[in-house]
Design a protein around this ligand. Sequence first.
Ligand code: GTP
Ligand code: MG
Length: 198
Amino acid sequence: MDIKTSKFVISNSKVEDCPNSGLPEYAFIGRSNVGKSSLINMLTGRKSLAKVSGKPGKTRLINHFLINENWHLVDLPGYGYAKVSKKEKKVFQKFITDYFKKRNQLVNAFVLVDSRHEPQTIDLEFMQWLGSQMIPFSIIFTKADKLKPVVLEKNIAHYKSVLMEYWEELMPMFITSSANNSGKEEVLNYIKEINIGL
Ligand code: GTP
Ligand code: MG
């Protein structure tokens, strides 16, 4: 699928204030610094549509982008960011969980995990929670450019084996790099197929 137009719509901290366009929506979620905002830029072919930073905790609001005038991409703040205060963490957590619970037009969440790391409890728990809320999701392994192909393959196989302890069936998975555009077509085609089926 080609992305012909992409534009920023609105940032806010309340799901109630998100655009009530009724358009299908795809959200990117994962730990801080995993590469959510970079991936949105890579998919849209825009250098700085979403704000990126080397420091975790850059995205702090729910950010809506309108794609091809007929669906939304949503950039969310990361979970598990250690440097915010406990109180702030709770507020963050609340608006992220609220978003997933209340956003009826959400059709799929992409849970991003860093392809270099062991499966993390916080990610596995978040996936369990999405499952408990009946929210369809897929996994995106990020920063694949940072690994040699054999190591990447080994890490993904290990991740799958851990997931199989929790899930009867594996969810769709994508391997991406925002540095070299790998995985772009796969993710966009997946979104396209879902949009066609709606
Ligand atoms: P928060 O908004 O803080 O939750 O982070 P985020 O998940 O949006 O991550 P962001 O896209 O801001 O990227 C974090 C850092 O990782 C930046 O320094 C990016 O340049 C880098 N990065 C993201 N994706 C990739 C990738 O695919 N490859 C490489 N090499 N670096 C990446
Ligand atoms: Mg971000």
